[in-house]
Design a protein around this ligand. Structure first.
Ligand code: SF4
Ligand code: SF4
Length: 238
């Protein structure tokens, strides 16, 4: 990832049309192998309805950006915990295998414990994303923010999208919104503004990724997620 940083610095010095060709080819490649999509908590819950095993593991982005082990990533599988390859790896490595890989960062969790922990991360303002490991196979759920997650920075800041938006966009009920602006603090996508004249927040539908993190922070229940396809201004923004 260190080398990636150097490459990215070099890329910034290239003419813009060359940058856009490189970015588009990189994105096409990523879509075939390892691509993400923002998912609100209800879709995380749906995914947990059909998976059978979960392992929490260290986030490679935070290792690079923060420089320490932070367990924000969840490997998910439809096989049972017993049959899970993670479990088999953990069990296959015995004490005599002293030079083997360090698996201390792999934690088996029950689905309930994992979901509880994902809900807590949402309250802290982290955005859930689901990832393919060789598309279309889903292998993990991550919890991202723009300061520390390389994938989110690539998508939102560098214009090299490696994740789709969610199937939803946020909407504010002006009758319930009291203009406290708490939701604006947690939006990782800069999709919220404040109307001084109306004393309410407003959503920029062109920027909203539909993560629902603003909704989780609103004590007035003033934010809902609407189906993206039903909102003409956002229906084709992915
Ligand atoms: S947190 Fe809720 S009440 Fe406060 S500004 Fe946002 S939508 Fe309005
Ligand atoms: S406005 Fe809300 S739903 Fe849309 S990107 Fe920001 S936090 Fe997520």
């Amino acid at each position: 990832m260190g080398e990636g940083g150097t490459k990215s610095e070099r890329r910034k010095r290239l003419p813009s049309f060359v940058r856009s060709v490189i970015a588009s080819r990189a994105v096409d490649r990523r879509k075939k192998v390892h691509y993400g999509q923002v998912v609100p908590i209800e879709e995380v819950e749906s995914i947990f309805g059909f998976i059978n095993s979960v392992v929490r593991l260290p986030c490679i982005c935070r290792q690079a950006t923060v420089g320490s082990e932070q367990r924000y990533c969840y490997g998910v599988s439809m096989v049972s915990q017993e049959q899970s390859q993670f479990t088999q790896i953990l069990r296959a490595i015995d004490a005599s295998y002293l030079t083997g890989p360090d698996t201390s960062g792999l934690e088996e969790l029950s689905k309930e414990a994992a979901l509880g922990s994902l809900r807590e991360l949402e309250k802290k303002g982290l955005c859930h994303t689901v990832w393919t490991f060789i598309t279309p196979f889903i292998g993990g759920i991550c919890n991202c923010d723009r300061s520390d997650c390389s994938a989110m920075r690539a998508t939102v800041t560098a214009g090299v999208p490696v994740m789709f938006r969610a199937e939803y966009v946020a909407g504010v009920n002006p009758d319930l919104c009291n203009g406290c602006r708490q939701c604006m603090r947690v939006c990782q996508f800069g999709a919220m503004g404040y109307s001084i004249a109306r004393e309410k927040v407003v959503i920029d539908l062109g920027k909203c990724y539909g993560c629902g993190i603003c909704r989780a922070s609103c004590t007035k229940n003033a934010i809902v997620l609407n189906e993206r396809s039903s909102v003409p201004l956002a229906a084709h923004a992915w």
